[in-house]
Structures are given as C-alpha cells and as structure tokens.
Ligand binder design. Structure first.
Ligand SMILES: *[C@@H]1O[C@H](CO)[C@@H](O)[C@H](O)[C@H]1NC(C)=O
Ligand SMILES: *[C@@H]1O[C@H](CO)[C@@H](O)[C@H](O)[C@H]1NC(C)=O
Ligand SMILES: *[C@@H]1O[C@H](CO)[C@@H](O)[C@H](O)[C@H]1NC(C)=O
Ligand SMILES: *[C@@H]1O[C@H](CO)[C@@H](O)[C@H](O)[C@H]1NC(C)=O
Length: 382
C-alpha cells in the first residue's frame, strides 16, 4: 500500500480512491493555505486533486453534476473512527459541497466522518441525494458539532423530509439554519423545536410558504434566541398579513428580511409587529409607495429596488436612521419619466404635513433632467 493511501483524507472525503495526479488542475489553495476550491466539472474529473485541501480551513467542492455513485461501488466505506485523532487535528471548519448527485450511503459516511472533526459550518447546495433512505444515525454515532447548516436546493429522493433525516445528527446548539429552495410549504416547526439556541433562520426561495405557512408557526416563539428571520421570495403578498402572521406566532425577531415578495400595502387592521423588530428588508418588492403599515420602531429599512417615484419624507419614517433607497425610479431620471407617463393618475398620497418638503422641487428637477435626456435621445435618432 502506498503511504498516501493510508491518509485519513480517504475517510474525510470518501471519494478519494483513484491514484494521484502529479499536479492539481482541479483545486486551488490560497497563499495562506486557508481556503481551498475544487472544480470537478471536467468530464473526467481528477478527484484526487482534493488532497491539496487537506490543510485548509475552508473547503468548497464543485461536483460539476457528477454522480458520486461510482465511489460507493469502489468500496470506500472504511471506519472513520480508526482515524479519529487525525481527523480531530484537521483545521477544517467550513465545508461546502455543490452540484452533484450523491448516494445516501455516501452522505451517511460523510456525516459519520464529520463527527470526528471540528467542523462548524456545512453547506450543501444543488445536490440530489439518491439511493434513499439516508441511514439514521446509529446509537454509537456522535453528533456533528455544527453551528451552521445551510441547505440550498437539496433534494432527497423518495423521502420528503430532509431536515428530519439530517437533523438527528446535529447538536441542539445549532445557531444558523438555512433551508432555502427546498420546496417547503410552511415553517417546519416539528424539526426546529430541538434547536433552542437558533438565532438565524433562512427560509427563502420557498414560494409555497406564503402568509398561510407563517400563521401557525408557533415554534417561532419558543425559539427565544431567534433574531434573524429571512423569508425572501416566499410568495408573501400583503404587509398587513405578514404582520398578522408574525403577531400570531409571538416571535421576538429583530431582523426580518421579506425582500423579493410582491407586497401590497393593505390598510393596516389591528396588528402589532414584533416589538423587538429593528430592521426590515423590503428590497425588490415592487412597492410604488412607502408603506404605511410599517413597524413603529424601525431603525433600518431597506426599500432598494422598488418602484418609488419620490424620496420618502422624514415625517413618513421618523425613527429610521438607516434608510436604503438605491435602485428606485426617483433616483433614475429615465425610468422615472417612463413610469410617470404610465401612472400619472395613481400617485401615492403625500402626507399633508409634508407640504413644505423638498419632495416636489426634487421631482420637478429630476423629471426636467429626464426630459433633457430624452430630447437628446430623440436628436440622436432624428
Ligand atoms: C468549473 O469548470 C468549468 C470547466 O470545467 C467551467 O466552465 C466553470 O466556469 C468552472 N466553475 C467555476 C465556479 O469555477
Ligand atoms: C424564487 O424561488 C424559486 C424556487 O426556489 C426560484 O426558482 C426563483 O428563481 C426564485 N426567485 C428569485 C427572484 O430569486
Ligand atoms: C442578523 O442580521 C443582521 C442584519 O441583517 C446582521 O448584521 C447579523 O450579523 C445577523 N445575525 C446573525 C446571527 O446572522
Ligand atoms: C436586503 O435584501 C436584499 C435582497 O435580498 C439584499 O441584497 C440586501 O443586502 C438586504 N439589505 C440589508 C440591509 O441587509
């Protein structure tokens, strides 16, 4: 047996079973030896190049859509416990695995191996986990000491609940959980209950959630440490309904990201936003006016990339110290001129106290510039 074949690397990445290539073309290790990136997109990937990442703290592996089934057939299922001391000595803290088809027994093997390491963050993205089921953690397996688990567009064939399958490997001390693009239709409360220390939950890119998936997510109240909640691109349609949904859950979140939802600002019925809420992200929400049904004590408000026709007036957002407005038509004269033509009649009501504001002169000034720009354009085509 060659010396390299005894390396615990074989256990850490059960895919390493082919001979070394003389120089690595697939992997890049940075100068400090901290970050390693492998791109195995080539038709005949040099999997063993991954050896270059042995010393790295952060490792990212791009599987190029390959089916890792071949590694199972080569019988790479050794007992990682035999190399426990060496695995513990690895500097690996963050591992990201992207774009591959991974058989469930290999995922199981990876999880078992990671229990011996000091890894803190695991990201799985664009993976298809084939050959279900994912074998459950056995009583002799320890937990993986992750503080962050991020799953983005991962599907587990034949089994609907990926989080339940992976969750049993995790310690209750998990702090950050991302479950994005998983096709969820609600907040997966039964699987979240054990993570009492969770402070960041990202459920973005699950368009089936909507307000109905939020209402009834009573576990949000039990997650006392939950400070950041992201619901980007989850088919939310009404700010008032989001407020009602959160009120019903009794959550104490501080940062709420509901960007990438087409939000209507329906008149606010009796509803109180979580009193702890400090920042709200309404970016990319197709808002034409500054919403009125906003939390009262916001410090930060992101209204970037909406359809606002004028700069909000200080009276509209008295508490907000950090207001983000980039990417709105009022800041871009050409778009503004076009939109003003389309919606001349549907303007937002200007609060009566704001009569002496700078809003009107600014708008006039901007549309004046727009007219000039358009005239110039006409001249070019004439
Ligand atoms: C990975 O390599 C392929 C070619 O094999 C290339 O097309 C692709 O852009 C690379 N991806 C990254 C993220 O480097
Ligand atoms: C919203 O989520 C869906 C499903 O994950 C995805 O296909 C789509 O690209 C997302 N939209 C945006 C704007 O990110
Ligand atoms: C929560 O969000 C805020 C602002 O969006 C960010 O500064 C902070 O790092 C986040 N906290 C966690 C624990 O992710
Ligand atoms: C708000 O959300 C957008 C889009 O999701 C993101 O680009 C932006 O950084 C967020 N703003 C803040 C202040 O975190």
């Amino acid at each position: 047996m060659e010396p390299w074949q005894r390396l615990p690397l074989l256990l850490l990445y059960p895919l390493l079973l082919l001979p070394w290539s003389s120089s690595s073309t697939s992997c890049i290790l940075d100068e400090e030896g901290d970050n390693c990136f492998c791109n195995f997109s080539a038709p005949e990937p040099q999997w063993n190049d991954i050896a270059m990442c042995l010393s790295a703290i952060e490792v990212e592996i791009l599987g190029g859509g390959h089916d890792l089934d071949t590694f199972l057939q080569k019988g790479g299922v050794a007992d990682p416990g035999k190399a426990a001391d060496v695995l513990k000595a690895l500097r690996l803290r963050r591992l990201k695995l992207r774009e591959a088809q991974v058989p469930a027994p290999l995922v199981y093997q990876l999880l078992r191996t990671l229990t011996y390491t000091r890894i803190k963050e695991l990201t799985l993205e664009d993976l298809v986990i084939s050959h279900p089921p994912l074998p459950p953690q056995s009583p002799t397996d320890s937990d993986v000491g992750l503080t962050a688990l991020k799953l983005n567009r991962v599907s587990l064939a034949g089994e609907s609940n990926l989080l339940a399958a992976l969750g049993s490997w995790l310690k209750p001390s998990l702090k950050t959980l991302s479950l994005t693009g998983l096709g969820l239709s609600n907040v997966p409360c039964p699987d979240l209950g054990t993570f009492k220390e969770l402070n960041s939950l990202d459920l973005s890119d699950n368009p089936d959630i909507g307000e109905s998936g939020l209402t009834g997510a009573f576990c949000l109240k039990e997650l006392q440490a939950l400070s950041n909640l992201s619901l980007r691109n989850t088919s939310l349609v009404s700010l008032a309904e989001v407020c009602h949904g959160l009120e019903a859950t009794g959550t104490n979140v501080q940062h709420l990201d509901i960007s990438y939802n087409e939000l209507r600002d329906t008149p606010q019925t009796q509803c109180t936003w979580p009193p702890t809420l400090l920042s709200l992200n309404l970016s990319h929400s197709k808002l034409k006016c500054v919403p009125k049904s906003l939390p009262k004590k916001l410090l930060q408000l992101d209204l970037s990339y909406n359809l606002l026709m004028r700069q909000p007036m200080p009276t509209e957002l008295p508490q907000v110290t950090d207001l983000i407005l980039k990417g709105n038509p009022f800041a871009n004269s050409i778009t503004l001129a076009r939109l003003q033509g389309e919606q001349a009649s549907k303007g937002c009501a200007v609060p009566s106290r704001g009569t002496r504001s700078v809003g009107t002169p600014l708008a006039l000034q901007v549309s004046g510039t727009a007219a000039l720009v358009m005239l110039q354009g006409v001249r070019v085509f004439a």
